[in-house]
Design a binder for this molecule. Structure first.
Ligand code: SAH
Ligand code: MG
Length: 222
């Protein structure tokens, strides 16, 4: 139970939408078996629609895990897309490399190995889409490192922003997560109120924020 979407509603949606096939389906099974937190099915389906509409050429992802979302992006967009994804967990990196090779996207997807706090500093060029899907307590820090690399008209997508409902209401919160919850609330306050983004908070999966960049940010503290 995600505390975000009623279980019966989520089941209905899952049973109605098309099932994934091939390697992605296998990876979904692997993720369940090994507790790898890949994007929820409903979020994956929404991302596919957004990708088809926006047709990004360059995507930056923070949090690769086993490569599921990167492969989903590449297989939705086709062979011209370039995806740079950051991951610090060695086991995940090993698995992601294997999966990316199996999917035939070695030329499209590059993994930057190590902590995003370090690796994001050396990322060059601009991106049409940025997907934040890593340590939930660090989103504002990642954000500050990447937002100027996002093109105007680009899309910033932040996953797991409601964190099992805990970010939305203290009734769902557990004490040991209070720092993460506080940081995520501050991050959401920021992206929802700053004047160069248009943000929408969507209560599907574990919560997703969609932010459209309408102009450059002038001041880092804006
Ligand atoms: N985007 C993936 C799931 C990512 S899960 C998908 O949907 O398929 C989150 C991942 O972020 C984990 O594998 C974790 O190791 C990684 N991560 C968390 N904090 C990180 C950091 N600071 N730097 C690099 N990777 C990080
Ligand atoms: Mg996620």
């Amino acid at each position: 139970m995600s505390n975000i979407v009623n279980e019966l509603v989520e089941d209905y949606i899952r049973n109605t939408l098309k099932e994934t096939e091939g390697l992605l389906k296998e990876l979904e099974g692997y993720a369940v078996e090994h507790s790898v937190p890949i994007v929820h099915k409903e979020v994956a389906d929404m991302l596919k629609v957004l990708l088809k509409v926006q047709k990004p050429n360059r995507i930056l992802e923070v949090g690769c895990a086993i490569g599921y979302s990167s492969i989903l992006f590449a297989s939705t967009l086709g062979e011209d897309v370039e995806i740079i994804t950051v991951e610090r967990n060695e086991k995940m990196i090993e698995k992601a490399k294997e999966n990316i090779k199996l999917a035939g996207f070695e030329n499209n997807i590059t993994i930057l190995e190590g902590d995003a706090e370090e690796r994001l500093k050396e990322v060059e060029g601009e991106f049409d889409m940025i997907f934040l899907d890593a340590a939930k307590g660090q989103y504002k820090l990642f954000y500050d490192m990447v937002i100027d690399k996002l093109k105007v008209d680009g899309l910033l997508i932040s996953d797991n922003i409601l964190y099992k409902g805990m970010v939305a209401h203290d009734d769902f919160a557990v004490k040991r997560k209070r720092t993460i919850i506080k940081r995520m609330r501050n991050y959401l306050d920021y992206i929802c109120t700053c004047d160069y983004l248009n943000t929408s908070l969507i209560p599907i999966g574990d919560g997703v924020a969609l932010s459209y960049k309408q102009s450059e940010r002038g001041d880092i503290n804006a």
